[in-house]
Design a protein around this ligand. Structure first.
Ligand code: TXA
Ligand code: MG
Length: 315
């Protein structure tokens, strides 16, 4: 199949409404969307990505008032979170509406919903005029795409259309919060920090070990975000071993930068998160074999960044 590109959100939306697969930018990463109410199209998302059938999709909406089309109810914690963070990079897990095709939620009785904030995403969703389930637009297991070029690299020939926007803002995915528990539970750390969730809600649970969270959020069970190069975590940049196929990324400058193939020193945690997946992909293009990645203080956006680094390093 030929994959076409467009900068027109209405053209991209027309194609989605005809049952096609359309990749589109959001403020976090690019997503791969279909019409929620065309189950055959949604099934093709899983095929195009090579995504395990037990991993549910996040449904993207133009406006909060569309939530009733996909969720059975909106618990009061979810209302508070919507007041504080919608539109934005937050996904709420809610009880599923019985009319929503079960392929969207991989058979679960809950559904993830998110109202993106990027204006181009909003124009696209407005023109789609239907809820749009969309995982990140990468081949399963690869780093999430933060540019249309990365989508094209992974999915050309496997999807119908790419809505072209710029590099994505956050560079890490949305925070996933289960609103069916009391207090709410963070299933995946992301672009909205746990600290700001606590300020909005008072209490939220954050599972201490990976095992707790992944029992509830199927997607976090699978290996993720990994480049072909081996990722090794370091606390101090001096731990990066010299080599002509070795790269380093982190906040601190390594002692012998010239002894490495590539060195990426990031000026803040925000910049590091924005750049990480792009750096992983660039290293793969340059046939880097080992990427030394410095972990960061585990607060704010640092929690999500460390989570992505740990998963990329897991073999
Ligand atoms: O920022 C984002 O969230 C991006 C953009 C495109 O919106 N999307 C994204 O989707 O990262 P994906 O499919 O790569 O990750 C979705 C995560 C997975 O870990 C999945 O298991 C979890 O959300 N999830 C979705 N629906 C769920 C549900 N009903 N219950 C528990 N976890 C759910
Ligand atoms: Mg993903």
């Amino acid at each position: 199949m030929a994959t076409t590109r467009t900068t027109s959100p209405t053209e991209a939306a027309d194609r989605l409404r005809r049952g096609e697969l359309v990749a589109f930018p959001t403020e976090t990463v690019y997503g791969l969307g279909a019409d929620a109410f065309q189950p055959d199209a949604v099934r093709r998302i899983f095929e195009a990505k090579g995504r395990p059938a037990d991993n549910p999709l996040i449904v993207h909406l133009r406006r909060r008032d569309q939530i009733g089309q996909v969720a059975a109810c909106v618990p009061s914690v979810a209302q508070h979170l919507l007041d504080a963070f919608a539109p934005g990079p937050l996904t709420l897990i809610l009880p599923k509406h019985e009319d929503l095709p079960s392929v969207v939620t991989a058979g679960l009785e809950t559904v993830g919903v998110r109202v993106p904030r990027l204006p181009l995403t909003q124009s696209f969703l407005e023109a789609c005029d239907t809820p749009v389930p969309a995982p990140s637009a990468n081949r399963s297991g690869r780093p999430s795409p933060t540019s249309w070029e990365a989508v094209e690299h992974d999915l050309a020939g496997r999807i119908d259309c790419i809505l072209q926007g710029g590099r994505t803002d956050a560079g890490v995915e949305s925070t996933v919060v289960d609103c069916t528990t009391d207090p709410a539970t963070v299933l995946r750390p992301g672009a909205v920090s746990v600290e700001s969730l606590r300020r909005a809600l008072g209490a939220v649970q954050v599972p201490s070990s990976d095992a707790d969270g992944s029992a509830r959020s199927p997607g976090t069970r699978h290996r993720h975000y990994a480049p072909s190069a081996q990722v090794r975590l370091v606390e101090d940049p001096s731990e990066a071993v010299s080599g002509d196929r070795h790269a380093y990324v982190g906040l601190d400058v390594p002692p012998h930068p010239d002894a490495l193939e590539a060195v990426y020193v990031e000026e803040s945690v925000k910049a590091y998160a924005h750049d990480l997946f792009h750096i992983f992909r660039t290293c793969d293009e340059n046939e880097v074999e080992v990427i030394y990645a410095q972990t960061v203080p585990p607060n704010g956006l640092g929690r999500a960044l460390n989570d992505r680094l740990r998963r990329a390093a897991a073999r």
